[in-house]
Design a protein. Structure first.
Length: 98
């Protein structure tokens, strides 16, 4: 069981494991799509981990402003802080200095 909390209206699609295995075994295009999604997900996770290990909180916030400014408008400060792996207080200080 997965628990997902959306911060805005979202449509979630799901597929049973049995159907998923069937699609992978019988539809070559589906298997290629699955591999693409896995590779993309791995890249996203790798970039996030690299950011957390090599950048300061200020650098991560600046990158967010540059690459995903819409998130600043759409997410609460608590969610933004969690996304950046910083405290809400640190986020507040960063917002006031940048």
């Amino acid at each position: 069981t997965e628990v997902i909390q959306a911060v805005e209206e979202t449509e979630v699609l799901s597929i049973s494991n049995t159907d998923f295995i069937f699609l992978r075994a019988n539809m070559p295009g589906w298997d290629n799509f699955y591999i693409y999604i896995l590779e993309y997900g791995l890249t996203v996770v790798n970039n996030k981990l690299s950011s957390l290990l090599t950048q300061t909180a200020k650098e991560r916030y600046r990158d967010l402003l540059k690459n995903n400014p819409e998130l600043i408008q759409r997410l609460s400060n608590a969610n933004l802080a969690a996304y950046l792996a910083i405290s809400p207080e640190t986020l507040s200080r960063l917002k006031s200095t940048i």
